[in-house]
Structure formats: structure tokens, C-alpha cells
Write a protein that binds this ligand. Sequence first.
Ligand SMILES: [Zn+2]
Ligand SMILES: [Zn+2]
Ligand SMILES: [Zn+2]
Length: 264
Amino acid sequence: MQATLTFLGSGTSMGVPTLGCTCAVCHDAYQPNSPNRRTRPSILLAYNGHNVLIDTGQDFHAQAVRERLTSVDAVLYTHGHADHVLGMDDLRPLSFHLPEGLPLFADDATATILERIFEYTFRKVDRYPTSARVTIHRTPTEAGTEIPLFGATFERIPVTHGRNTIAGYRFGNAAYLTDMSDIPAESLPLLQDLDILILDALRREPHPSHSHLEKSIALVHQIAPKRAFFTHISHDLDHNTINAELPPHIRLAHDGLKLEFDIA
Ligand SMILES: [Zn+2]
Ligand SMILES: [Zn+2]
Ligand SMILES: [Zn+2]
């Protein structure tokens, strides 16, 4: 089954341009069509007549407007950091018509954060009639845990994110591992025979909770997908400069980039 993956956002938590920064990449990112303009990280998967999101960051509304996204059928969350969850409230108008609620898939730690931030959405009494109609499905954290959705299967790929272990996802021939400083050994067997591998590559210098360029390139060589794309990118990496340095099968993602692949 054919699927289209769209990078809704390819930037790090602060976005690019980074507010207050005057570096050359941020300066360029003020141009509306610059590939250096990076909103907060999220992807959209369209297949079988359905739209599935991985994460909803602060920029979700603007991303949905840009992509003319008019319906969402499910959201899978990677973890509870602001740049991955704060757009949840913007699902409201896309959820009103769903009697069962729009399904959100999150592990216990992430679900607890969602319920804390959006307490008014999840409370059972005194609900606002216009709160998001969403239902959290708490997912186990074991490697390879499967979430079947609309004819495809999303497999949990645990990744190290600083001191935490959070969710990456594999779906068919593609995998999305945002916010990752390392890939635990137990996850590597789940990443075989990939057409598309998407990895965190924050900047050139090492960082305690995000993989950096050199490390992500080494991981691509180790895992050996057909193609790899880097995301969660800071203002440290100029799009055209870095793409000229990378081997042809590895590219920096950019906002709005679309990829076709087999999801099932
Ligand atoms: Zn992040
Ligand atoms: Zn900058
Ligand atoms: Zn994070």
C-alpha cells in the first residue's frame, strides 16, 4: 500500500529562525521559501484515505494550513516535550465530528503530560463543549509493540533521548526516529530492510540529548536504509551547504518535503 509522508516540520524545539538570533542561517530563514525555515518537528502520513500524524508541536496550525490538511484520523506521540505536544489543542475543529473521539496513541509518561497540560480537555465533569474530542490510548513501551491503524502497522522503536527512552516508530518500509541521542541495541533488529530512515541530526557538535551530524551519518551507514533524511535541525546547519557535503542517499529534510513509500 502506497503512502505519502510529509515533513510538517523539520526544525528543532526553538524553530529556525531562532528568535533573537542574527546568524546567517537564521537570517536566510526569514525568507518565506528558504529551506532553512524550519518549524517544529512532526510528520503526516497519508494512506488508504486516512491521515495519521506523528506529534503535534506548537506550529501544527500553521503546518496544517500550509498543507491544506482538512482531516486527521489518529495521532501517535513520541514523547511529552513541548515541541511535540503543544499543538494538540489545535486538533479541536478536526475532532468535533468524531463521536468516539480522535484517537491519540501515547505511552504512560506522555499521556500523563498531555492530561496535565490539557486538563480541561480530559476532565470528565464541567467540560467545555468546544474542547477537543480526543481519546488517549495508552501504549506499552516494549520494543516492537504494534499499533494497527487503517491497514498499516506502527511498531514502537525505543530510542534514547538524553536520560529518557522515548518512542520512535516504524511503519512499513519507513521509520521516524526524531529526538534521539542513541539507538539501543534492542531496537536495531527492528530497523532492517528500510527504504526510508528519518533520524535526528541537531547540529555539528555533540549534544546530550540529540544526535549530531557525524553520529547520524554513522548510524545510517550501520543501519543501511536505501535513503535517509535528517530532521530536528537547528540553525547550526545550512541546508544547501550540508546537502552538498552529504552522500547522495542522505539528505537534510525540509518543511513540506514529501516522500512516497510502501506502508504495508
Ligand atoms: Zn524535540
Ligand atoms: Zn541562528
Ligand atoms: Zn525532546
